[in-house]
Design a protein around this ligand. Structure first.
Ligand code: PHE
Length: 326
């Protein structure tokens, strides 16, 4: 009886089965254990205490099994997932994320420029024409203003600063900073810029720039070159060389394109130059009293070179197989 009763309790597949088993074995009137109890009464006198004790043990154990199985079946029916849970399986280790390579590079750039005494400032990505063009001495007929080369926000009302667009360069932050503080100025600003380029391995319609601006009484081109060389060496190692090529930007005069020699090849890293007097006038600085340099570097360029990434699109696809490598 005992073994049958145990098996019946353990194997009951549903609450109804279990109720059947309870009636069969533990039922008050016809339960099989009742019959067994009747036998205890008939046992020889001297064996009665022992047989009685044994019977009680069996009944207690069968009752315990019944209750345990009742518990199991009722939790299983309230949540199927629980019944599939195997506590003996090893756990899933939590996946730990890591910083995006561009974020890492930005953090390093800030840290390096911070050591040179440059304060990090932020500017908005949605800008007006004043900060993106006018105050930067970019004339109305300049090709950089072409609506096809910019993301104008069509629905926006023109503000005091003119129509609204996604900034095409971080040079906007030069203007915003000088509007707010008096010289001397020594800032960098790192962030996103937007240009409607066709996406390919080296072009993206959104990318990141680091803008730098230093204004004081006697700032020189030599200082610009020094800051950029020190920056490049701090980031990529002591062998990096910097070279300037004459160029043109409306907001700097003279203007240069900056190349960096790393290994055997020259790579263009951005534009730079001495702040144009018209820019100082636009922000209320006196061009006779101050001078300054400015530079704008493409952050993806450095990041691609540093990590040997050959396609800029990888940075924006959020493919964890790519991102896990950094
Ligand atoms: N804003 C320029 C660009 O996006 C780069 C630049 C910044 C050039 C500062 C000169 C001075 O191409």
């Amino acid at each position: 009886y005992f073994d049958d009763a145990k098996a019946a309790m353990l194997n009951a597949a549903s609450e109804a089965d279990l109720e059947q088993a309870r009636i069969e074995f533990l039922g008050q009137k016809k339960g099989k254990l009742r019959n067994l109890q009747a036998l205890v009464g008939k046992a020889p006198k001297e064996e009665k205490p022992l047989v009685g004790k044994k019977f009680n043990e069996v009944r207690t154990e069968v009752t315990a099994l019944l209750e345990a199985r009742q518990q199991e079946l009722s939790t299983a029916s309230s949540s199927d997932a629980v019944s599939d849970f195997d506590p003996t399986l090893p756990g899933h280790p939590p996946t730990i994320g890591n910083l995006h390579p561009i974020t890492k590079t930005i953090t390093q750039f800030r840290e390096i420029m911070g050591r040179f005494g440059f304060t990090v400032v932020e500017g908005p990505e949605i800008e007006d024409e004043r900060h993106n063009f006018d105050a930067l001495n970019i004339p109305n007929d300049h090709p950089a203003r072409d609506p096809l080369d910019n993301f104008y926000v069509a629905t926006a009302k023109a503000t005091a600063g003119g129509p609204i667009l996604l900034r095409s360069q971080t040079s906007t932050v030069q203007i915003r900073t000088m509007e707010q503080v008096k010289p001397p100025v020594r800032i960098v600003s790192l962030g996103r810029v937007y240009r409607p380029d066709t996406m390919d391995a080296t072009h993206s319609c959104m990318f990141h720039q680091m803008e730098g601006l230093m204004v004081d009484t006697d700032v020189t081109m030599a200082q610009l070159k020094t800051v950029l060389s020190l920056f490049a060496r701090s980031f990529l190692g002591p062998d990096v060389e910097i070279r300037f090529r004459p160029s043109f930007f409306p907001f700097t005069e003279p203007s240069v394109e900056v190349d960096m020699k790393w290994g055997d090849s020259w790579m263009e890293i951005g534009g730079a130059g001495m702040v144009d007097p018209n820019v100082f006038k636009a922000v209320g600085y006196d061009p006779d009293k101050v001078s300054g340099f400015a530079f704008g570097l493409g952050i993806e360029r450095f990041c691609m070179k540093n990590y040997e990434v050959d396609d800029i699109r990888r940075f924006y696809e959020n493919d964890v197989r790519f991102l896990n490598q950094f």
